[in-house]
Every structure is written in structure tokens, then in C-alpha cells.
Design a binder for this molecule. Structure first.
Ligand code: HEC
Length: 237
């Protein structure tokens, strides 16, 4: 009797071990994809951006941070349904490189109804944001980064608004008002700027919460663009 019990326990341990390694084995990445855990910060990568490429570190991770990887959702701590979208490797688990339609990351953001991500009442991603994710997956879902920022461009429409849309709006819109601040349009962005909190938050100034929350500090050049726009009197240009 005793022996049988040990045998059963032994078999269980062996099976669990085999299963564990079998699962581990499935994790590695699709052919041609070399996962890189560390990404240089945009602004210090030394790589020039090419206009027809979508870059993970520049455009996709910030978008995921503000639309998906919030506290309570797909961040490193909560990782709902085992999905952590705060890192490249975590994101890759729901992506089939080269195939947007078989990637959960893509199929859930284009879905309608209550299964859509981000879930209602959060607004859906915009057509432009969806197209960006689609293109990044089509281009191989690479962990890429580049530097492109021009401090002489600090126009609201072409510099400030795109920055807010990419890095902030997911947590600062009418349905999700982080700190009671709505950065989805000119009025809200202006009032955050005038209060001194917009610059203070991205500059990680003392006494103001550092933004983007939970993310890396914005490149110095982007912080400069925001500062110049504020110094110019926050024009709606
Ligand atoms: C992951 C969600 C998230 C992202 C992304 C995010 N914020 Fe926030 N933000 C919050 C939350 C939550 C608060 C309120 C709690 C706090 O102050 O930490 C907040 C507060 C703020 C405040 C008020 C700070 C203060 O001390 O009063 C400002 C200004 C702000 N955010 C600007 C931004 C800007 C600009 C970006 C984009 C560069 C951004 N946020 C990105 C979640 C986020």
C-alpha cells in the first residue's frame, strides 16, 4: 500500500516535471524572431527612424501602456488572464508575428461589443492606432526602436496632440480620468498645461506625479517640445 502511494507520487512528480518542461518549450519564439528583453530608450538608440516602419519602443509600447497595461488590467502585477502588456516579451505572447488576424492583440481591439479591448466604457482605439498595431505585427512584431524628434516642431496638431494620443490618452479620457485630467482634446491639455502640471508631470518634477505613469520618462526632446509649446502660450495651431 505504502509503496503504491510512493509510486503514484513519483509518477505525479515526473509528469508535472515533464509537463513543466513541455510548456517551457513552447514559449520560445516563432522562427525568425529574436526576442530582445532590453530596449534602448527612444531618444538614445542612435538609430534613425524610417518613415514606413512602425517601431515598438516608440509607438507600440507607449500605446499599450496607456490603453492596456494600466494598474488592475494588463500590467506586470495584475496581468489579467495571464497577459502582461507592459513589456515586449509579454506582448509577444498574444502576437503571431506577420499575422495580425491570428494575433489576439489585434483581434480584440477590432472586435465590437463587450469583448472589445480596451473594454467599454473605455473608448476603442482609434483607426490610426489600430492601423499602427496591425502594421507593426505585419512587419514582424520586432522589438525595434529609433530616434526621431524635432524640437523645432512644437505645433499642437503635429507634435503635442500626437504625443498625448500615443502616451497619455488611454488613462486620461472622459471615461478614465486619471488625476481628474482629460488629455483627449485641446481644452483639457491646455488646462493641464496652464496649471503647470503637464510639464511637471513629464519632467518628473518634485511634488507632481511622474508621467507616463508606470512607464519610462519621455525622451528629452519630446519634453522640450511640450515646454516650447507651453512657453509659446499653448496655441491651438
Ligand atoms: C497608465 C495610466 C497613465 C498614463 C499612461 C498616464 N497617466 Fe497621468 N495619471 C494617471 C493617474 C492614475 C493619475 C492620478 C494619480 C496620480 O497622480 O498618480 C495621473 C495623474 C496625472 C497628472 C496630475 C499629476 C499631479 O501630481 O497632480 C498629470 C498632469 C498627468 N497625469 C499627465 C499625464 C501625461 C502628460 C501623460 C502622458 C505623457 C500621462 N499622464 C500618462 C495615469 C496615467
Amino acid at each position: 500500500m505504502m509503496q503504491k502511494k510512493w509510486l503514484a507520487t513519483g509518477t505525479l512528480i515526473v509528469s508535472v516535471t515533464v509537463l513543466f518542461f513541455a510548456c517551457k518549450h513552447e514559449l520560445p519564439f516563432p522562427a525568425g524572431i529574436i526576442p530582445v528583453a532590453e530596449v534602448a530608450n527612444p531618444g538614445s538608440s542612435g538609430k534613425t527612424c524610417s518613415a514606413d516602419t512602425v517601431y515598438f519602443a516608440n509607438e507600440i509600447q507607449p500605446l499599450l501602456n496607456s490603453s492596456c497595461a494600466m494598474t488592475g488590467c494588463h500590467d506586470a502585477i495584475t496581468h489579467k488572464e495571464g497577459i502582461n502588456l507592459s513589456t515586449y516579451l509579454g506582448t509577444l505572447k498574444i502576437v503571431s508575428p506577420g499575422k495580425p488576424s491570428s494575433s489576439k492583440l489585434y483581434s480584440t481591439i477590432v472586435q465590437s461589443g463587450s469583448n472589445r479591448m480596451p473594454p467599454p466604457p473605455s473608448p476603442a482605439m482609434t483607426t490610426a492606432q489600430i492601423a499602427k498595431i496591425q502594421k507593426w505585427i505585419t512587419q514582424g512584431a520586432i522589438n525595434n526602436v529609433c530616434d526621431q524628434c524635432d524640437t523645432t516642431n512644437f505645433k499642437f496638431s503635429t507634435a503635442i496632440k500626437p504625443l498625448m494620443d500615443n502616451k497619455c490618452v488611454g488613462c486620461h479620457n472622459s471615461a478614465s480620468l486619471g488625476g481628474n485630467i482629460d488629455l483627449s482634446g485641446y481644452a483639457g491639455i491646455k488646462s493641464a498645461a496652464v496649471s503647470g502640471k503637464l510639464y511637471g508631470s513629464v519632467n518628473w518634477s518634485n511634488g507632481i506625479s511622474a508621467m507616463p505613469k508606470g512607464g519610462v520618462k519621455m525622451p528629452a526632446c519630446e519634453i522640450q517640445q511640450i515646454k516650447k509649446w507651453i512657453d509659446a502660450g499653448t496655441p491651438n495651431n
